[in-house]
Design a protein around this ligand. Sequence first.
Ligand SMILES: [Zn+2]
Length: 142
Amino acid sequence: MTVSSELDVCHESQLLFRRLLANDLTQQDRQRVLLHVKGCSACAAILVAQKRDRSETAAAPQETDSGFLMKLAWVLIITSGVVIAGFFLWDLAAALWTDQSQPVWLRAALAIFYVGFVVLFIVILRQRLMARKTDKFRKVNQ
Ligand SMILES: [Zn+2]
């Protein structure tokens, strides 16, 4: 009985190590875990090992942070770029389309070009969305 309840305390403490190292515990939980680690060499060893792992992988969160900012920057650039390019292309298309002095073949080619551009945009968007779904699946599986 005593052995199993001691093991429970160990297990409970070990579950909190990650949050302890992340400074994500209440004062009370923190003291409880530290008190247990002082008196339990097995848990102390595990905590030291986790701390070492954490400092070794400390660069990883920074990478994902800048990765997020990078993605944000790209989204902003692409979104505004699409709006600006769309405006100029639309303006140009409207000018050429309504200009009766242009030959019909040129106006038809222009229309086909724009339809192709829209289809391309939809295909790329669809690929991006599908890639995103796969990424999410990978994260869940890990
Ligand atoms: Zn323990």
